[in-house]
Design a protein around this ligand. Structure first.
Ligand SMILES: Cc1ncc(COP(=O)(O)O)c(C=O)c1O
Length: 463
């Protein structure tokens, strides 16, 4: 089941150049002010940043357990592969409708109507190269500088990155471990102002695995309807809609009365069908007029998405065989989740909740940071290192370079307001045996105070 090409893919992620986990810095050879102000404000997705580090460690002869990846470690199902090949053979290799080919938009409209209990027509659907582009394009479309975007933190880093890029105002909704990283309308209410243009929701959530209950969504919807300006859009990122554990069923805020009219439902093929390389995602807009704007953005940016992949996505959405491959994948994730949650909670200094969906764990490592003296070690770092790291970054890097387990730190999921929060994101999109070994290595690293201190003193790989 595990994808053989994965090792290769992990090695071919973009090399570390300008962008780190903060704004891009101009290389020394370019004059100050060379890049636009907005370019200096964009962030990145660190899941891609650690790839070259992994490659360097592997080149030195070590095997790295990759708990950093946001893609399922499963093959694209044969019925989807066959359709993509068939369509290439049919010469579907030319420009097509920038909004997305009609057969796919029809399939999306049917699937979203059925699963959300709302009436969606294909003229409100726009297809994008993956689930990611509609995030930034929505911010561009709805926000002027100074307009406000509310988004969960920890959350998918692109929500914050694009907000700052566009000079909109980031308004992170800080999620608390004590509340299982969950929130209600009461938490969101004080953040809503007359300038709120977008409210981003993401269930099941990356990185916390949080799944919303009906009561929770009802309380969020009630507050939005009462307090948000009428032109506020909810951007509901539902890309993990099919990866749910313990027999949960996906519930979208768009299914609640009065919410379809103000919600953009975003999803895609990357996670549900283990097809991150297919680059097919979509969004359903509340009005046709909005879909037309996004179609024009597609024309401006990339013209269209390959027709053969769109046909593959149509088959993915329509074929009963997809349900079987999704169920197989979810069962594997659930088994790994159960093993990992138990294993991590048995390590002194780590506390890990049980995610209801997606394929990530988000344990607190506060106790480990304390026993390794990571907070003090971080406080003593030279400013340049200090500002680029956190205690959780130091542990993440120690784990990677000394124990060869790749994870991501808290700051990779929204930097604003994250100081003092000590978490790691551990992806379980890696085989069970490797994950068992990862738990053992994390245990060893968490108890290796001397090793950690000398790693920090050496200062070679701190970020
Ligand atoms: C919450 C969330 N939204 C969107 C995306 C982007 O998905 P895609 O690879 O289809 O662009 C991801 C990928 O990790 C994600 O976690």
């Amino acid at each position: 089941m595990v994808t053989p090409g994965r090792e290769f893919r992990a090695m071919t992620v973009p090399a570390k150049h300008a962008a780190s986990d903060g704004p891009a810095a101009a290389p020394a050879s370019l004059p100050a002010g060379f890049f636009s102000d907005r370019t200096n404000r964009i962030g990145t997705e660190n899941a891609f940043k650690v790839g070259p580090y992994i490659r360097a460690i592997e080149d030195a002869g070590h095997r790295v357990i990759k708990c950093n990846l946001g893609e399922p470690d499963f093959h694209l199902a044969p019925h989807i592969v066959a359709e993509v090949k068939r369509c290439i053979d049919l010469d579907m290799t030319h420009y097509v409708d920038p909004q997305g080919i009609l057969p796919l938009r029809e399939a999306i409209a049917v699937q979203v109507s059925r699963t959300r209990g709302i009436a969606v027509t294909p003229d409100r659907v726009v297809v994008f190269p993956g689930g990611k582009p509609s995030i930034g394009l929505s911010q561009q479309t709805y926000c002027n500088p100074g307009d406000e975007v509310i988004y969960p933190s920890p959350g998918f880093p692109i929500y914050e990155s694009f907000t700052t890029y566009l000079d909109a105002k980031p308004v992170p909704l800080q999620l608390r471990e004590e509340a299982n990283f969950s929130f209600t309308g009461t938490d969101i209410e004080p953040l809503i102002t007359p300038r709120t243009r977008l409210i981003v929701l993401n269930f099941p959530s990356n990185p916390t695995g949080g799944v919303a209950t009906r009561e929770q969504l009802e309380s969020i919807a009630a507050v939005i309807q009462r307090k948000a300006p009428v032109n506020t859009r909810v951007y509901s990122d539902e890309i993990y809609e099919n990866i749910l554990f313990d027999h949960h069923r996906h519930l979208s805020i768009a299914s609640l009365p009065g919410m379809a009219e103000r919600t953009i439902i975003a999803s895609g093929a990357s996670k549900s069908y283990a097809w991150t390389g297919g680059r097919v995602g979509w969004a359903v807009f509340p009005t046709v007029a909005e879909a037309v704007i996004f179609k024009n953005l597609n024309i401006n940016y990339f013209s269209c998405i390959p027709a053969y992949n769109q046909m593959g996505a149509k088959v993915a959405l329509e074929s009963p065989e997809s349900e079987i491959s999704i169920a197989t994948m979810v069962a594997a994730f659930q088994e790994r989740r159960d093993m990992m949650v138990a294993g991590l909670n048995a390590i002194p200094g780590i506390h890990c909740g049980t995610p209801g969906g997606a394929f990530y764990l988000f344990p607190s490592i506060a106790g480990v940071c304390e026993s390794l003296d990571a907070v003090e070690a971080h406080a003593k770092l030279p400013v340049a290192d200090h500002d680029r790291t956190s205690p959780s970054t130091l542990f993440q890097m120690f784990l990677l370079w000394q124990y060869h387990v790749a994870t991501l730190d808290r700051g990779s999921f929204g930097r604003i307001g994250s100081a003092g929060q000590h978490y790691l994101r551990i992806s379980i999109a890696t085989g069970l045996e490797d994950l068992k070994r990862a738990v053992e290595l994390i245990r060893k690293a968490a108890g290796d105070r001397d090793g950690f201190q000398s790693f920090v003193r050496e200062g070679k790989h701190l970020w």
